[in-house]
Design a protein around this ligand. Sequence first.
Ligand code: C5P
Length: 219
Amino acid sequence: MLHIAIDGPASSGKSTLAKALSEALDIIYLDTGAMYRAVTLALQEQAIDLSDIEAVQDVLARIDIDFAASPSGQRVYLNGHDVTEAIRQDDVTNAVSEVAAIKEVRAALVAMQQRFALNQSIVMDGRDIGTVVLPEADYKFYLTASPEIRAERRFAENQAKGLSNQSYEALLESIIQRDAYDSSRAESPLRKASDAIELDNSHMTTEATVAHILNIIRQ
Ligand code: C5P
């Protein structure tokens, strides 16, 4: 069994790396950010006040998040509905850090994530995988890149997918804000696990990053 944890700030290439590792090693990939996004969407759809913890817990108790492979990549389902695109919209992106800072939300999602990892090999990406979700992971990576490069990459991806028409400047601002929020929250903040291998991929291609990490794993 092989457990791989990938953490790092927003748009640092975690999910691209995790998908590539999952294919190369033929193991499952779990996008934990998608789970926080799905909870955020569920709370928004039901117009839940985030300070009403009982109402938040009620939504959590009834939530069902699923993943399914498709030729266009992994699809995300919230209570049976395909929300793959909906969870990438600006409304969700702008609210997700606040939702992810709620202790009860984290407890529910961490438990789900740990169940996914029971008895099977998995690569997970997020913010607290190496520190909280899989502290005993066989490999832990902490992926970074400069905020400007991350914003450039996200801008190009949004343009290609028609996901958002936010300007580069707005994206950069939102990435910096989300990192600051994720790093300073009380509940399992974004930080590098002491035993994680850090990789700044600002000046590396995706292929070079994947090859570098695979080399470490296969050594
Ligand atoms: O990875 P992605 O950018 O989609 O994650 C969205 C948000 O979900 C992050 O900004 C963070 O607030 C939250 N998150 C988290 N812990 C994780 C994964 C994501 O708090 N393991």
